[in-house]
Design a protein. Sequence first.
Length: 150
Amino acid sequence: PVKTFLLFRNNFYGLGLKKMLEELGIAFKGTGSILDWPNVVTFLKRLDKDQACVKDLPRLPPRARQYLSTVLDRYEAKELLEPQIQLMSIHRAKGKEADRVILFQAMARETYRAFLKHPDEEHRVWYVGITRAREELVLVRTSHNDFYPI
């Protein structure tokens, strides 16, 4: 299961977050993303079928081989393949939960203006984002002037 949600209010900010994660090489789900580490995926699928193949990796130090064996004893390769971060809008997060939620408070100018006129509607949207966290909520406020005040 996904451990962390990165939530944003407007798609414009979602695209920026997606680009940042891709540039950092961080595996995540959402906004059409794919895992860009196919060699690791292939290796883990092979390990799932035949854990003995860890012994076939002469380039790995013995401790690394032992570590891989231990990890595979505890988890199925299927679990290890899943990204632990999911990037999505607050609306898409409705009904879902994660251990950690990182909520970006920036709003598009048009959304912010609508918030100033009809705050109750925006309060409901942000309530959804805030209540997705099981254990930890991290609020991120940028230097952007249009943000939801929490």
